[in-house]
Design a protein around this ligand. Structure first.
Ligand SMILES: CC(C)(COP(=O)(O)OP(=O)(O)OC[C@H]1O[C@@H](n2cnc3c(N)ncnc32)[C@H](O)[C@@H]1OP(=O)(O)O)[C@@H](O)C(=O)NCCC(=O)NCCS
Length: 181
């Protein structure tokens, strides 16, 4: 069965399936300590490409996922924003999460929030989801600010199952938004 791939568009941004030319700039982001400040480690090219492969596979399977984002003005790849299924080991699984990672040159312009609003609209209006979650390392204030601008509601913190006990980044905040809000 062919899945129709959604490509939400906003005033300034195109969300789309990934293409090969995204791989190098995405790997540069994943090797940048500024972008990866709140992740346990920097990613090498192979790990970054494996991540791209996972996003492509999710979008191919469902028609939606963590979309590549490019600016309409200059067609430049700036990172990803979108919604995807959380992994089964998360304490709040099954759930759909919203997430984002942009290159620093694209920060401070409202792009993450703009793309996130389009992703939420897609999830609620087109997919009929009841709720969407988001999570981050407690100290990731930039990401939390995006969640709060989206009117997401904070819940109890949780320990990320992908990190070992006692890891300084293990404690995460969880936010949730219901369709009715
Ligand atoms: C999290 C992240 C996506 C947030 O990016 P961001 O650019 O700060 O977020 P927004 O798109 O909402 O932009 C908000 C900023 O744009 C400014 N802005 C400028 N023009 C704007 C416009 N037209 N509309 C809205 N905001 C605008 C706002 O004032 C705000 O700046 P401020 O925080 O200095 O006040 C980014 O920091 C990032 O990629 N971090 C690394 C990866 C990461 O941690 N991902 C999350 C893991 S959980």
């Amino acid at each position: 069965m062919t899945v129709e791939i959604a490509q939400p568009k906003t005033e300034r941004l195109q969300l789309r399936q990934w293409c090969d030319s995204d791989r190098a700039p995405f790997a540069a982001m994943n090797a940048d300590p500024v972008v990866m400040e709140h992740f346990p480690k920097l990613l090498g090219r192979e790990e970054s490409d494996a991540g791209v492969d996972r996003q492509i596979a999710h979008i191919d399977k469902h028609g939606w996922g963590f979309w590549a984002v490019e600016t309409l003005a200059d067609k430049r790849f700036i990172g990803f924003v979108g919604i995807k299924n959380v992994t089964d080991d998360m304490p709040f699984a099954p759930a759909v999460e919203i997430g984002w990672r942009l290159a620093p040159a694209a920060w401070g312009k409202g792009y993450a929030t703009e793309a996130a609003r389009a992703s939420l609209a897609y999830g609620f209006a087109r997919l009929g989801l009841e709720e969407i979650v988001s999570f981050a390392v407690v100290g990731n204030l930039r990401s939390r600010a995006v969640m709060e601008k989206l009117s997401m509601v904070r819940e109890a913190n949780f320990l990320h199952p992908g990190l070992p006990a006692g890891h300084p980044m293990q404690e995460h905040v969880l936010y949730r938004l219901s369709r009715s809000v």
